[in-house]
Design a protein around this ligand. Structure first.
Ligand code: 5GP
Ligand code: MN
Length: 338
């Protein structure tokens, strides 16, 4: 038995919008992860199956280890295909905003999407949300946006129509946002849904391997390097900090997505409940926060750098230097890690 979660009137509203629309665009947040990519591709595959013209537009590139997902080859990347992306946004009558809560999370796509006159639907599971869409489906208690897409498709009455490809994409995000069902996955309904996906023919084990055991050799060496040379454990505060500079990334032939999962590693150390990863990108410092149990890193990301996410997994961008960013964090840790 799967409970309703999404209110009936929202299901009806989305179904009505889909029926009225022929050209649909689906967007997700920048530096897309398994849930952003899985949820957009799942919905896109479903809509195409319903005879719609649907396209996924992402702010930047899909990491290579997710590029084998069904439909990934047809994704339009705003960074490299801006003209095509703008044309699609101008012509569409409906936009789905998946796996993000505020327009600033889609980077350069923010202006074209918010200025578009198309109807918009938000489907997300981050804490808090902006008011920039006609329909808002926001459920922070749900572990992944992919799970919400499954729920939406079923509630609209289309589970029998769900293709294996849609099910594979949904399973991907459900696994990646829970670390392979290792955290944020105590809700029994997650397993009921996984069971429904298995009935569609999904090979869950293969999806796990594809999402977690599919990295390059240089990424593995970079991980070894940061853990050995760049991780500091602040025992007193049960916290680990890892920093990574742009030069170091170049030395290890960095590709988009290569640092995915690095921030989780220190949590396997006994008594480390908080992990912070600080990465120097081209024009910004990218921060990842992770915690276990009661520690709330969302507050930390929000108050220190205006970021956000979830209680145990948040992110932010810092416009200070690497050194300044590290200092801000070190100074704040005693206050946040009680
Ligand atoms: P990650 O550390 O994997 O990039 O992100 C962890 C969580 O925080 C994800 O749910 C992601 O959507 C969110 N997040 C990442 N970066 C940012 C950011 O710059 N701002 C906000 N508000 N959320 C972020
Ligand atoms: Mn997500």
């Amino acid at each position: 038995m799967i409970t309703k979660v999404i209110p009936e009137e929202k299901i009806t509203a989305v179904l009505k919008l889909i029926k009225k629309s022929s050209k649909i665009v689906i967007v997700a947040h920048k530096r897309p992860d398994g849930d952003a990519i899985g949820s957009t591709l799942a919905l896109c595959n479903f809509l195409i199956g319903q005879g719609k013209s649907a396209t996924v537009i992402l702010p930047d590139a899909i990491p290579s280890f997710h590029s084998g997902l069904p439909g990934a080859k047809d994704v339009v990347c705003f960074e490299t295909q801006e003209t095509e992306a703008r044309a699609l946004i101008n012509e569409c009558d409906l936009i789905f905003c998946l796996d993000f809560n505020f327009p600033s999370r889609i980077g350069a796509l923010e202006a074209p999407i918010t200025e578009s006159r198309a109807k918009k639907v938000l489907i997300d599971h981050h804490l808090n949300h902006g008011e920039f869409t006609d329909v808002i489906i926001s459920h922070p208690e749900i572990a992944s946006t992919c799970e919400l897409i499954f729920r939406l498709i079923c509630r609209m009455g289309y589970y029998p129509d769900m293709s294996l490809e849609t099910a594979q994409c949904i399973c991907t995000g459900m696994l990646t946002d829970t670390g392979g069902l290792a955290f944020n996955s105590n809700s029994p309904e997650i397993y009921t849904i996984i069971s429904e996906l298995l009935k569609k023919g999904v090979d869950k084990d293969a999806i796990y391997r594809n999402a977690f055991n599919n990295y390059s050799e240089s990424r593995m060496k970079l991980l070894g390097y940061v853990l050995y040379k760049k991780m500091r454990v602040l025992k007193e505060y049960h916290t680990a900090i890892i920093t990574l500079t742009h030069d170091e990334m170049l030395r290890f032939n960095y590709q988009p997505g290569d640092t995915e999962g690095f921030v989780n590693q220190p949590l396997s150390i006994d008594h480390v409940f908080c992990s912070i990863f600080i990465k120097e990108e081209k024009d910004v410092i990218k921060l990842s926060f992770r915690s276990q149990g009661d520690m709330d890193v969302n507050i930390m990301a929000k108050e220190l750098f205006g970021g956000g996410g979830h209680k145990n997994a948040s992110g932010a961008e810092s416009h200070f230097s690497m050194e300044e960013t590290e200092k801000i964090i070190e100074k704040a840790i005693p206050e946040y890690v009680k």
